[in-house]
Design a binder for this molecule. Structure first.
Ligand code: CAO
Length: 434
């Protein structure tokens, strides 16, 4: 059966206004399933919109510069019913082709005018998933940025693009490369020499494995943070013997199959209590580096290991939530993360991140700050250790903690004092009631 598929703007989180940056199809084009049909951009992120069907484009309802919202119609595609994605089928965007008349003419709907909401604050997801804030300033769509990266071009070096409002287009990247070739400009970021390519074939067999998108974007962001932030990691140990006894007692009361509480929930609470005492940790440095933006809310990002790479869902208003509520929320969000179902909104608005490897092992590590946050707490595996109590060695369960901070914002002594409070909170969780 032939069907007419409506390609619509998906749910991209709580975003009121989405700009159409680039439209890559026109009526009559043949598109493949998942082929990018348009590039959309919010204040905080860009996305390539994929086609939910393979077929022939019938009508295109948008043009660059339009403003759209969740559910706005982008285009219609005439496809055979087998060439339709499961999402399109589920969202009922399929119309039997016989029931509609679909002239193949280009038609652009009036731009939708939407109330402009203030932009949400810079967040964890942008830090992890926005590959280059500098490239975003350079006004280039993800496909152009990808093209530029493939050629090893830093798009920030292209001062002004020839597109609308100076947007950088593929031709600008090509022209830049030509200029470099003829004028001998070296396009290397911050003068840092790149690692030369090596031919491994003389040493044995190899296989090329493409990195997942999450891995590529995370890698770029981590490199950017690594180059921009002077980071220090401070190591501490907390005695969690009593906390663990309490946690085990709580879990023993739970019915079979009921969600168990892990130590991470207490760590989140202990961290937030310390952040309330040390406002500099709940802050971001302004873009010009002249001031500190202090946050009055307490949202904690939790690094979650997924088959596709690292993602950081954010638990909001942690100060107002119980340990049980946090456990349920983290279980839901980490499950969503592992299924690749987190929305941008689930990963936005973090104040500080926890990276817990304790379920796996380790004695210490040096996590990288999730900028624009100013600090991150690393956790590795708790271990029974002999601790001197003044008279004798006592077996105590010791939890290793690693705090990495942006030294432009946090002084060494402040970092040590902060960790002393986190440690106290964990060693005697009654303090969390104060
Ligand atoms: N010491 C000892 N045991 C620990 C522990 C610690 N510090 N942290 C967790 N555990 C135990 C838990 O109690 C649990 O034990 P049981 O199976 O007996 O109940 C087990 O380890 C597994 O815990 P978990 O990892 O499933 O749960 P969590 O709440 O501690 O962590 C989450 C949740 C989502 C953070 C974790 O699953 C995860 O993805 N961690 C990886 C994060 C990561 O990749 N960080 C690296 C970022 S930098 O590249």
């Amino acid at each position: 059966m032939t069907v007419l598929i409506e390609i619509k703007v998906p749910d991209v989180g709580n975003v009121a206004e989405i700009d159409v940056v680039e439209v890559l199809i026109q009526p009559g084009d043949v598109v493949a399933l998942e082929q990018t049909v348009a590039t959309l951009e919010t204040d905080k992120a860009s996305m390539d919109l994929p086609s939910s069907a393979a077929g022939t484009v019938q009508q295109v309802y948008i043009k660059p510069g339009d403003k759209v919202a969740e559910g706005s119609l982008i285009a219609t595609v005439l496809a055979s019913s087998e060439q339709v994605s499961a999402e399109a089928a589920a969202q009922q965007t399929i119309i039997p082709a016989e029931t509609v008349s679909t002239p193949v003419v280009e038609k652009t709907q009036e731009p939708i005018s939407l109330p402009v909401k203030p932009a949400p604050e810079p967040t964890v997801v942008e830090a992890l998933q926005d590959t280059e804030s500098t490239t975003r300033k350079a006004h280039a769509s993800p496909s152009v940025r990808l093209f530029a990266r493939e050629l090893g071009v830093d798009v920030t070096k292209i001062k002004l693009g020839s597109g609308r409002k100076g947007r950088i287009l593929k031709d600008d990247v090509k022209n830049f490369v030509k200029k470099v070739m003829t004028e001998g400009i070296v396009a290397v970021g911050a003068g840092i020499p790149s690692i030369p390519a090596v031919d491994f074939s003389p040493f044995g067999e190899t296989e090329i494995l493409k990195l997942s998108k999450i891995k590529r974007l995370t890698g770029q962001n981590l490199s950017r943070v690594w180059l921009n932030l002077p980071m220090v990691t401070y190591h501490e140990e907390a005695d969690i013997t009593d906390m663990e006894a309490f946690r085990n007692a709580l879990n023993a009361e739970k019915a079979k199959g009921e969600l168990k509480i892990t130590g991470l929930m207490f760590i989140i609470k202990a961290l937030v209590a310390a952040m309330q005492q040390f406002p500099n940790f709940n802050a971001s440095l302004s873009a010009d580096g002249e001031s500190l933006i202090l946050k009055k809310y307490f949202n904690i990002g939790i690094a979650v290991d997924t088959p596709n790479g690292l993602v950081v869902p954010v638990l909001r208003n942690v100060n107002n939530k119980s340990i049980n509520e946090l456990a349920v929320e983290l279980a839901e969000k980490s499950e969503k993360a592992r299924l690749g179902k987190l929305l941008p909104a689930d990963m936005q608005g973090g104040c500080m991140t926890i990276s817990s490897l304790g379920g796996i092992g380790g004695t210490a590590f040096t996590p990288i700050v999730n900028a624009p946050e100013v600090a991150i707490l690393g956790v590795t595996r708790a271990k029974m250790q002999p601790v001197w109590n003044g008279k004798e060695f006592e077996p105590r369960l010791m939890l290793p903690l690693d705090l990495t901070y942006d030294h432009r914002v946090i002084d060494g002594a402040e970092g040590a004092r902060f960790m002393a409070v986190v440690k106290q909170n964990l060693s005697d969780i009654r303090r969390l009631l104060l």
